[in-house]
Design a protein around this ligand. Sequence first.
Ligand code: SF4
Ligand code: SF4
Length: 310
Amino acid sequence: MMYEFKASDLAEEIGVRRNTIRDWIRTGTIPAKEGPGKRYMMDVAEYIKLCDKFGRVPKVDVNMAIEVEEIKSLAEMENGNHAIDLNNRKTDSLYTDPSWADACLTCGTCASACPIAGVDDLDPRKIVRMAMFGLEDELVDSTWPWKCTMCAKCENACPMNIEIVALMRKLRSKRERDKVPGPIHKGVATCLERGNNLGIPKDDFLFLLEDLAEEMQEEGCPGFTVPVDKKGARLLVTINSKEPFAEPDDMKFWWKIFHTAKEDWTVASENWEGVNWGLFSGDDKSQKIIVGRIVDNIEKLGCEALLLPE
Ligand code: SF4
Ligand code: SF4
């Protein structure tokens, strides 16, 4: 069971400043996490301990905390050797393992926190239950994992720490690649083959940069050039390929800031794509390759910082 609170309310309760509560959460002194809205959540037992430390009476029913601990121990006892370790899960664990059915309380807190619950019947509680009961094919064939925005509000609100976002990504990864909705898998394949999601040839890209640089000079940035493959530049700037493809002027907004701020930056002539669709399509292998290319560019050019446009 989780205790949901605003930083200001908890500050008032235990008699400290609001920023102190935020600092404690940030540094882990209070084991709380962000919840829905501008609220935080922490285990009721931790909240009670905190109140006890400051000599305050907790505002929740203490029996609630005891009840949660009993549910957790019961689940562990019933699973015997397969006891669920709520604090030490492997991210690659199979979410369709029936033993997980004991972890979900079917409380629906996840559905209450989800900003798109109800859209085409999407309901994180239902998805978790279906996964736990082995209805993997039905989930993989459904549109829900693709409608999910991966915002993690459900997971942050879940009192049993069920890894709903990892479940969604796993479901996405299990979809046959040619059945991935929209252009994102095609974009991944194109990026692997040609270095950017839309397959823009290197010469066209470099020509466009020169052309835009001339426009920048006419727009009040005398002597401006785009620093391509500049060794030792501080900042490596990656680019969303939709900009050179369809909205090239958007790149100039960034460049005007760099020019004014006298930033030391560069763009790589190859593998400059900054949008990794492997992340969205659940394709970890391709995602890693695309990230690796950016890391290679950072190392090759000796940059200190990276700018991703998304
Ligand atoms: S996944 Fe978590 S929040 Fe959702 S119903 Fe199960 S226990 Fe409750
Ligand atoms: S991660 Fe998906 S299921 Fe969870 S709250 Fe966000 S949109 Fe809803």
